[in-house]
Design a binder for this molecule. Structure first.
Ligand SMILES: Cc1cc2nc3c(=O)[nH]c(=O)nc-3n(C[C@H](O)[C@H](O)[C@H](O)COP(=O)(O)OP(=O)(O)OC[C@H]3O[C@@H](n4cnc5c(N)ncnc54)[C@H](O)[C@@H]3O)c2cc1C
Length: 393
């Protein structure tokens, strides 16, 4: 049995764990940081299974500010993450995101737009005619208008994660392939972790960056998080409908969304209330597209009646059943136990802001961006902070 001492231990080396390790070492280069990850291939981790999209189109101010910071970071990401002269390439493409508003969702969309614009975001309201120009395939069914975020875009989520990982390791983080079996505590203080092989690592700060497995990790130290691992599927489509110009990603009011990858290649998904909860099901099933998504898609985009489902994949959302937003900061009843959890489908883009925030909290530095609205205390105080009242996310 080995015992090692660290200043900070990250439980989980996905995008959150790696971004946090990077910020910790950027602020305090001598810090001893352990990034504990049980699967360095990231086969089931949410990050590489995500759509890699970033948008400023939210209704909660802090979510907008987090994405604005993410966009800022992306401007110099390639060189900031360079290791031994090798730059990072995450293939960021700002194709824009187009959110369609129905009569029912229009008020919420306009309120979000006003907030985004007041913060300096480049988002505009489109009339149905303008929507048609931007997205010629759309027959405008149920369309009251739309909001187009010009800065929104997509990238390779795995490359983004690996860039943070490589950089953090080059700065001194220890990447350890191992599984944490429990977080350790003494009274009201977290003191480290025990691994499944029996090794004990001590640290004054332990960060739960275990993605959908966060509730399991938290439960080992008596913390009950309102998070359910929820299966989400993405389908890769080849369509007869083609566009040489890359179209913006389009999101319909029901939550159905479509990314254009080029020519007749699209990816499509939708969160359903019936999506299974659990840790074992990563099988994608084309029947789900055929039975639940296709008809709706064709109702909006009639040309999509002829297509092939060429591929697909399934990953887990870490669904925060309390309010669908991030759960951050120190758990109020356990000092030194920090959370970066519950992102419910929009965590990838928040990794830079969350990593910086957690690092600043741990090190007692002034906060660059106050994200206390998402602190875990709101769960104990029963003060939910939802993004949308209507949509399943
Ligand atoms: C289909 C899909 C599409 C998505 N699209 C988007 C999007 O477009 N934009 C967006 O912002 N977000 C999106 N998301 C959400 C996003 O993927 C997540 O919010 C984000 O990646 C969470 O990162 P993470 O590092 O917390 O989790 P993960 O990437 O899951 O990393 C957690 C890591 O912890 C490790 N781990 C767990 N338990 C232990 C343990 N006990 N010991 C050691 N290691 C452990 C796991 O192996 C894993 O590698 C999507 C998610 C899915 C499933």
């Amino acid at each position: 049995m080995a015992n090692r001492a660290y200043d900070v231990i990250m439980v989980g080396g996905g995008v959150m764990g790696c971004a946090t390790a990077y910020y910790l070492l950027k602020f305090e280069p001598k810090l001893k940081v352990a990034l504990i990850e049980r699967d360095p291939t990231y086969a089931k981790a949410s990050t590489p299974l995500s759509d890699g999209n970033i948008r400023v189109q939210f209704n909660v101010k802090e979510n907008i500010l987090m994405s604005m910071y993410g966009l800022e970071v992306l401007k110099t990401f390639a060189t900031d993450m360079a290791v031994e002269g090798e730059k990072a390439d995450v293939g960021f493409r700002q194709q824009g995101n187009l959110f369609i508003a129905s009569e029912a969702s229009q008020e919420e969309a306009r309120a979000g737009l006003a907030l985004q614009q007041s913060l300096g975001c480049q988002v505009e309201w489109l009339t149905p005619e303008q929507v048609k120009k931007v997205y010629p395939f759309y027959n405008l069914e149920g369309c009251a208008g739309g909001t187009l975020g010009h800065q929104d875009g997509s990238m390779s989520p795995l490359d983004f994660l690996l860039a943070y990982k490589r950089k953090a390791v080059s700065m001194g983080a220890e990447f350890i392939q191992a599984e944490v079996s429990e977080v350790l505590r003494e009274g009201k203080q977290a003191t480290g972790v025990r691994l499944t092989n029996g090794d004990v690592f001590t640290a004054g700060s332990v960060v739960n960056s275990a993605g959908p497995w966060a509730p399991k990790v938290a439960a080992t130290v008596g913390v009950n998080l309102p998070i359910l691992p929820t299966k989400r599927q993405v389908f890769v489509l080849e369509t007869e409908a083609r566009s040489e110009k890359i179209l913006p990603a389009i999101f319909f009011p029901s939550g159905l969304y479509l990314f254009h990858e080029g020519a007749g290649h699209f990816t499509c998904g939708k969160s359903l209330a019936t999506d299974p909860v659990g840790y074992d099901d990563f099988e994608w099933d084309r029947r789900m597209f055929e039975e639940y998504l296709w008809e709706e898609l064709v109702s909006y985009l009639p040309d999509f009646d002829r297509l092939k489902v060429t591929q697909g994949w399934a990953g887990l959302y870490e669904m925060n059943t309390f309010d669908g937003n991030a759960i951050l900061g120190e758990w109020p009843e356990l000092k030194g136990f920090y959370l970066e959890n519950g992102f419910s489908g929009h965590g990838f883009q928040q990794a830079p802001a969350v990593g910086r925030y957690t690092a600043e909290l741990i090190l007692g530095r002034p906060l660059s961006l106050d994200l206390s609205a998402f602190n875990a205390s709101r769960i104990l105080e029963n003060k939910p902070l939802p993004e949308s009242k209507r949509r399943i996310i």
